[in-house]
Design a protein around this ligand. Structure first.
Ligand code: SF4
Ligand code: SF4
Length: 98
């Protein structure tokens, strides 16, 4: 569905040449600091379809060099959109203190 070059661990422009935005510290600080729930990915269920990356409003879903998907919890606000959109139900929202 998406070419590999679209999903990168870019920094400041990255290697793709595409205008990929990354979360940065804003006036409110790291947006993950006030999160109540956080997403937890079950790697056994994840098919690497990257729909979570597509739908995440914070742009904090990344693909690792090992071809896994991971979430930058510094900026994840715990909205749960990724869990809702994941077709494999691989993402569970858990309370921060759990
Ligand atoms: S949407 Fe679900 S299956 Fe697809 S990459 Fe994200 S966690 Fe994996
Ligand atoms: S919970 Fe919301 S902000 Fe966090 S990774 Fe999922 S979609 Fe992005």
């Amino acid at each position: 569905m998406f070419g590999e070059h679209m999903f990168i661990e870019s920094s400041g422009g990255g290697s793709s040449g595409l205008p990929v935005a990354e979360p940065v510290i804003g006036a409110a600080g790291r947006t993950g600091s006030w999160r109540v729930y956080r997403p937890q990915i079950d790697k056994a269920k994840c098919t690497r379809c990257l729909l979570c990356w597509l739908f995440c409003p914070e742009g904090c879903v990344k693909r690792t060099h090992e071809n896994d998907v991971e979430i930058d919890l510094n900026y994840c606000k715990g909205c749960g959109v990724c869990a809702e959109e994941c077709p494999s139900r691989a993402i569970t929202m858990i309370r921060e203190e759990d």
